[in-house]
Write a protein that binds this ligand. Structure first.
Ligand SMILES: *Cc1c(COP(=O)(O)O)cnc(C)c1O
Length: 437
């Protein structure tokens, strides 16, 4: 399959090019050029299919020109030693836990698959690459761990100083080796802008093999579509009515990946785009105006995004048509107070702790269920991070301490190492040119 820029549908590239370029040369984002029909594949699987089974089949179907069936299975097996978990919260509400990977957040799925893809291509070509990525929290740790110790790849991660949780910061800054953390004195939007500008700088890109790994990279986005297919396979035999997915959203990569699965034939009837007060997309869905603005700080800080980078891609899937996107995507907004309320009601009612991002989604899911869905309909709400990634918030709100998974406990023993930087693309350029070839 070929991929095209959201801004120029005539120039098709291979998955290899799309993955290493990150952003298209015209500043657009890569999207599939064709509407593949994977309905038979989706219906071939059921609750007995493993996540690797589905990831392997989708890889082989999407990139037949790159991988044999066997290579696709190897890639999927190596990338996913962890799997999603589907849990029943209420009779018509399930949560899809995506946090059982090394960094305990859903971004492990994309980062790990992308690392596998890049390694596959670089190894065969004997080349090197430098990953440059901005993070509002979880991307960085997922990328750091997915790419740590890969021989042909260096990693540079920009994060906003003081705006990621202490445990997120430790996960970003203690990996070491080929992974460098840049602590930017600004917001996540500054970090994201610096990375975008660096990728669009011709002289920099002539000298360094820069490539991105944040949620604009197609190689991260595509594997996120696999767990929507897996969740569908899990429930498809018991499903009587419509299936909805609720996606706690910031940059809208996760939701766009779900929309891709739908585009390829997954029988989803709606997506609920759940945000915190950074609600430019729900606002667009309601009124038809898209007004990017500075992000505001909330409890669900990995979703504090004022200008979601995947919005252009999501719109492209619906031909930039407001009426069409509204038929498939419903917006929902939760304040910090509502987020806390939901964390508490889940903790009390289900004896389950959830992270604030997951709570934003659960709140939206309950609202949708209370507001007109049929008795037979099922909502699957994505649980994006382990509550233990936000121990301060979870214990303050619920009065209970989340259990720390072993992969997180490891980091608290290590020492932070970061490089301070002004929110200025010139400073980033100088740093890169002085430290890498
Ligand atoms: C990144 C992240 C989100 C938002 O995902 P997008 O793909 O950027 O919309 C939600 N929750 C958590 C925990 C995250 O790390």
């Amino acid at each position: 399959m070929k991929f095209v820029s959201t801004r120029n549908i005539n120039d098709g590239v291979t998955i290899r090019e799309a993955v290493f370029r990150g952003l298209a040369p015209d500043g657009g984002l890569y999207m599939p050029a064709e509407q593949l029909d994977l309905r038979d594949l989706f219906l071939r699987h059921d609750e007995n299919s493993s996540f690797v089974d589905i990831a392997a089949d989708m890889t082989a179907a999407l990139f037949p020109e790159c991988f044999t069936g066997e290579q696709a299975r190897e890639l999927a097996k190596a990338a996913f030693p962890f799997s999603p978990v589907l849990r029943t919260l209420e009779p018509r509400l399930k949560i899809l836990e995506l946090f059982h990977g090394p960094s305990c957040a859903f971004k492990d799925f994309g980062a790990s698959y992308l690392a596998g893809l890049m390694e596959f291509f670089l190894r065969s070509e004997k080349k090197r690459a430098i990953i440059l990525t901005a993070t509002s929290g979880d991307t960085g740790s997922a990328v750091a761990q997915a790419f740590h110790n890969r021989e042909s790849i260096d990693v540079v991660i920009l994060y906003p100083s003081g705006r990621v949780s202490p445990s997120q910061e430790l996960q970003l800054t203690t990996v070491g080796g080929n992974v460098t953390a840049l602590e930017v004195q600004g917001s996540f939007d500054d970090c994201q802008r610096m990375v975008k500008e660096a990728f669009l700088d011709p002289s920099l890109n002539e000298k360094l093999p820069l490539t991105s790994a944040n949620s604009i990279n197609l190689g991260r986005l595509i594997p996120q579509s696999f767990y929507y297919a897996w969740a569908f396979a899990q429930v498809r035999r018991e499903l009587r009515g419509d299936l909805l997915f609720t996606v706690p959203s910031g940059n809208f990569g996760n939701l766009t990946a779900g929309a891709l699965a739908w585009f390829w034939g997954l029988p989803v009837s709606r997506f609920i785009a759940a945000t915190n007060r950074n609600d430019v997309v729900p606002e667009y869905l309601q009124h038809g105006f898209f007004t990017p603005r500075s992000s505001v700080h909330t409890l669900s800080n990995a979703m504090d995004v004022g200008n979601p980078s995947n919005f252009e891609r999501l719109l492209a899937l619906f031909d930039n048509d407001w009426k069409r996107i509204r038929t498939m995507v419903l917006g929902a907004v939760a304040s910090d107070e509502e987020t806390e309320e939901t964390m508490n009601s889940v903790a009390a009612g289900k004896d389950l702790l959830v992270c604030p991002h997951t709570a934003v989604g659960i709140r939206a899911s309950r609202e949708a269920l209370a507001d007109g869905l049929d008795d037979e309909d099922l909502v699957i709400s994505l649980a994006t991070a382990d509550p233990a990634k936000f121990p301060e918030i979870v214990s303050r709100v619920t009065g209970r301490e989340p259990a720390i998974p072993p992969s997180l406990a490891e980091f608290t023993k290590r020492k932070k190492q970061s490089v301070h930087m002004e929110p200025d693309t010139g400073a980033l350029k100088t740093f890169l040119l002085n430290n890498y070839k």
